[in-house]
Design a protein around this ligand. Sequence first.
Ligand code: BG6
Length: 440
Amino acid sequence: MEQVTFIILGVTGDLTKRKLIPAIYQLIKNKKIKNLAFVGISRSATSIEPIIAAAEKFIGQKDEQSWKLIKQSSYALAMNFDNQEDYQKLALLLKTIEQKHELPGNRIFYFATLPEHFSTITTSLSKNGLTTTNGWSRLVYEKPFGWDLASAKNINKKILNVFDEKDIYRIDHYLGKELVSGIAFLRFTNRILEPLLNNKHVDSVEITMTEKIGIEGRGNYYDKYGVIKDIIQNHGFQLLALTAMEAPLKLAGGHIRDQKARVLKKTRLAEITLGQYKGYLNEPNVAPGSRTPTYARARFEVNTKAWKGVPFIITAGKNLAAKETSITINFKLAECRIQSCPTEPNTFKIRIQPDEGVSLNIYTKKPGTQEISPVEMNFSQGRFEANTPEAYGTLIEDVIRADQSFFVREDEIELSWKIIDNIPSDLPVVIYAQGSKGPP
Ligand code: BG6
């Protein structure tokens, strides 16, 4: 059981109440953290109570003891990230709080700000001695890490000037989802899968990341980034890389990151359709006449020996008919030696959410006939656990344990941006109806 000081930079964003406070609460409840302080920082946060209160409805059934600990250990500080004196104020506040709560000075600085602020804050934290304590200090950066290749490189350079890669955690919360962290296990522990996952047997791979929700008041951020930088550059490419990577030497840490980077190095965009939901222009803080895409369907080539020629199609979008995150592997049709042959491929599907699980579609003979019938073999994750752990909880626990396996390394980030930078900025953006399946 650990004792930690959480410092959330950019605390007033949605992420704090929806994900971060509930995740920390779960870690307390599950006895992973025994003592903590929670310090929320933003330009305007002067009181922590409303933020904690707003998080309450996202924590499910409440354990009063754990909730009380959070409430009693939470503080706010309003800071101008460009003002060095404010960092001194923060240093003093942290020292006082850590003494009061008898904490050893293990600090997690969580950057929930826009990436524009990453390097200034990081450099200032170091300059003002905030990361030098009797305990450890780790830095967690929310995605997107940068907004193009040049900015990502620049941020990496500046933060690596003052910290080691081992203390840097670039978070992609999809890597904390059970079914995503399980992809490598599925692929490399089943003899009946891995030998088939290549261009000899696979026709195409579909990665679906559709959402029912819109931009939920995040116009300021979203209008600058859009679906490609919000979803595809990070979550989409991580799913692609985990699906296409070669077997790592071991199913752990650096080995997986090495193999993912190899895939990203060989990935190119081949074709893309962009869309924007009707009504997007009326959302708060969206620029008049904005062409920011809220939908993309893109075909990528993965030019490795195993996957050359197999299209990887990523579909992502907001305000669509259904929430679905999945990876579907469509196999080539079998050589058929009967009269009524299958017309649809065998598929292997990893359902990341909702209804987490995996399924395999095969053909069997219809009893009493000479015909075939498609059947589904299905595994539901719920068989193990009714409530699979929340991604943010799993990843914050990894930060506390100093396990970087499910965080994104410097080279992966830069390789991902390199693919995105090649997408022309003047592509047509088709308007689609809310609740539809996107542009035709
Ligand atoms: C975030 C994006 O990274 O992922 C959001 O910024 C998106 O726009 C969210 O809604 C989707 O996450 P999940 O876990 O709900 O699939």
